[in-house]
Design a protein around this ligand. Structure first.
Ligand code: ADP
Ligand code: MG
Length: 339
């Protein structure tokens, strides 16, 4: 199978079907898809383009034996999560793919990869409009294109003193899964399966991000750990923050399942998974106290859990507040490939 046959068989589709009951609006923005030198996308009048790229590298972001369907899902999910964090709606995506020659001949593997990617693409009406395919070490680089009303993006530099700090969904379960897979702690099989879903098939919070436009002052998606990613908001907005440790601990979905006697299965460890774990793809955002009801309405309307875990303060840096009200400094550092 040559390069063009591979693209035709696995990545070129006739049209991206709209999910039942939804209009075709977003897919209509694709004027020309795969097959020419460029794809053509048409944003709606008055909308700005939002563009983001994320790369997944074998041995760095996933292991060679990864489930290809999960890999296809995750490669798109981490990109869509960036659109979500800006409050953007997807228009389309491109896929740059380097494949080792044996993978390029593995029909079942390629079909599963494409199926995982297209299932999520269809759910969010984000057609694959182009890409590049080459031989090389396994590497997937996706670029997503989205749109949002001009000037309404949820940026990192908008947090204000007095804002409350919110997080969507749950945090820490991806890191918990790694610990369990490495044998550092034991999880009951059902809890491990649930946590593993969070690692392998993260949920981009697109509907919530769009619903928070005009409500949240700032937002970021949590990919490298809450403390580090929140640190980006604090730096860009020139503010500090305090996080309540018991509220943060409750962000862990699997917390409380089986607080057994395993050596590292303790509160400080779990809290470190929430604060520094990474690979969560939830939204962290700030909004003024007067917007509390609006935040909760946005969450209810999009069926997304949100939790208030702290506040933005004038004092620079990040602090953790324990149940007794004592503050201790928390390093606003996340995962860094080169640190
Ligand atoms: P060019 O030589 O102009 O770069 P290519 O020959 O690389 O174009 O690709 C042919 C067409 O297939 C283009 O429309 C390109 O966007 C698309 N394409 C290539 N690889 C992929 C892929 N992995 N997924 C989706 N579309 C792809
Ligand atoms: Mg090319």
């Amino acid at each position: 199978m040559g390069e063009f046959e591979l693209i035709d068989r696995f990545f070129k589709r006739q049209a991206t079907p709209a999910p039942a009951g939804q209009a075709q609006a977003a897919a209509d923005s694709m004027v020309l898809g795969i097959g020419d030198d460029c794809a053509l996308l048409q944003p709606a009048p008055g909308m700005q383009l939002a563009v983001s790229t994320d790369m997944l590298v074998e041995g760095r972001h996933f292991l060679p034996d990864v489930d290809p369907a999960a890999l296809g899902h995750k490669a798109l999910a981490v990109n869509l999560s960036d659109l979500a964090a800006m409050g953007a709606e997807p228009l389309g995506c491109t896929l740059a793919l380097a494949l080792p020659p044996e993978r390029a001949q593995d029909d079942a593997w390629l079909a599963a990869l494409a199926a995982g990617l297209f299932a999520l693409a269809d759910e969010h009406r984000c057609p694959l409009v182009g890409g590049d395919t080459t031989a090389g070490p396994l590497n997937l680089c996706l670029t997503v294109f989205g749109q949002l009303p001009a000037g309404q993006a949820l940026r990192r530099d908008g947090a204000r003193v007095g804002d409350e700090l919110w997080v969507s969904g749950t945090l820490g379960d991806a890191r918990l899964t790694l610990a369990a897979l490495r044998g550092e702690l034991r999880l009951p099989p059902a809890a491990l399966a649930a946590a593993r879903q969070r690692l392998e098939r993260p949920t981009p919070r697109l509907a919530l991000g769009q619903a928070l436009r005009g409500i949240a002052h700032s937002a970021i998606d949590v990919s490298d750990g809450l403390a580090g990613d929140l640190g980006h908001i604090l730096h860009a907005s020139r503010v500090g923050a305090a996080i309540e440790s018991d509220k943060a601990l409750n962000l862990m979905a699997t917390h409380g399942h089986e607080a057994g006697t395993e050596s590292r299965w303790d509160v400080p460890t779990l809290l470190s998974f929430v604060l520094h774990g990474g690979d969560d793809y939830e939204l962290a955002f700030t909004a003024p106290p007067t917007a509390r009801a609006a935040v909760q309405a946005a969450a209810a309307q999009t069926a997304t859990r949100v939790t208030r875990i702290g506040r933005i303060e004038a004092e620079p840096g990040l602090r953790l507040i324990d149940a007794a009200g004592h503050a201790s400094p928390l390093a606003a550092r996340g995962f860094d490939h080169f640190a």
